[in-house]
Design a protein around this ligand. Structure first.
Ligand SMILES: [Zn+2]
Length: 257
């Protein structure tokens, strides 16, 4: 029942899932059309309160045609454990998606959370929200969904590496090279593509306490999660039994699929 999907329609209105519907059994009746102010134009039922996040994405990114918000379990566990996913670990992911920053915690469904998201989605196609979930943008619903899968897949690999003793990062120069190459080859957020030739492309300069890779966060924003990054890599933290149980359950469920 969690999460919500939306797509921009040719007339500029937004088609979205309504509140309280199961995303595995969607029918036409589960979809409503809203305007960019969030007012319902067509359909029965109401759009979810989380739609403000979607509208913020469409406002910030004219290139964005679809948004998916979901609660991917392992990725959320990373934010709960204060382990940043804005790190350059997997070359393919750096190449195609860049890094995945975390928006500091704000109450779900609020205008504040939607506004906090804005600077992040200007520079990234996939972001996490602290203790909540992921938001992925795309030129289609399928592309946004594939990015969501990439985030969770990355989380699973990184978590497994950490369980095995630590997740090593790419050499910073290699990470920069890959990201520049990826932005030119595959595109990305226009703001990042415009800087594809700049040193670091959309890989950031401002990662305080970073162990080496250039972690991104938008100019002027210093998310608390960035300050926590120093604890990452080769220093496995002891997650609470609750987090471990949640992660184990998530892994078992994904293996069972
Ligand atoms: Zn949510």
């Amino acid at each position: 029942m969690d999460g919500n999907l939306s797509a921009r329609l040719p007339d500029g209105s937004i088609l979205c899932t309504k509140a309280g519907c199961h995303k595995g059994f969607l029918t036409d009746d589960d979809l409503v059309v809203i305007d960019m102010q969030g007012r319902k134009l067509r359909g029965s039922g109401n759009p979810t309160s989380e739609m403000a996040m979607h509208l913020a994405c469409y406002e910030e990114r004219p290139d964005c045609q679809a948004v998916i918000h979901a609660h991917p379990p392992i990725s959320i566990a990373f934010t709960i454990a204060n382990v940043s996913m804005a790190r350059c670990v997997l070359p393919e992911v750096v190449l195609t998606l860049g890094t995945v920053p975390t928006v500091p915690y704000a109450t779900t469904g609020t205008r504040k959370l939607a506004d906090d998201l804005r600077p992040f989605v200007r520079e990234h196609d996939a972001v996490l929200m602290d203790t909540h979930g992921a938001v992925c943008l795309g030129s289609s619903v399928l592309e946004a969904f594939c990015r969501l899968e990439t985030v969770e897949h990355t989380a699973l690999i990184t978590k497994t590496a950490r369980d095995l003793g630590g997740a090593k990062e790419l050499d910073p120069a290699e990470a920069v090279r890959l990201r520049s190459m990826g932005l030119k080859r595959y595109g990305g957020p226009p703001a990042a593509v415009a800087r594809a030739d700049a040193p670091g492309a959309d890989l950031p300069k401002a990662c305080i306490g970073c162990s080496g890779c250039a972690n991104p966060h938008p100019q002027g924003i210093a998310p608390a999660s960035n300050l926590r990054m120093a604890r990452v890599v080769s220093q496995p933290m002891a997650p609470s039994p609750l987090v471990e149980a949640a992660i184990a359950d998530a892994v078992l469920r994904s293996l069972a699929r």
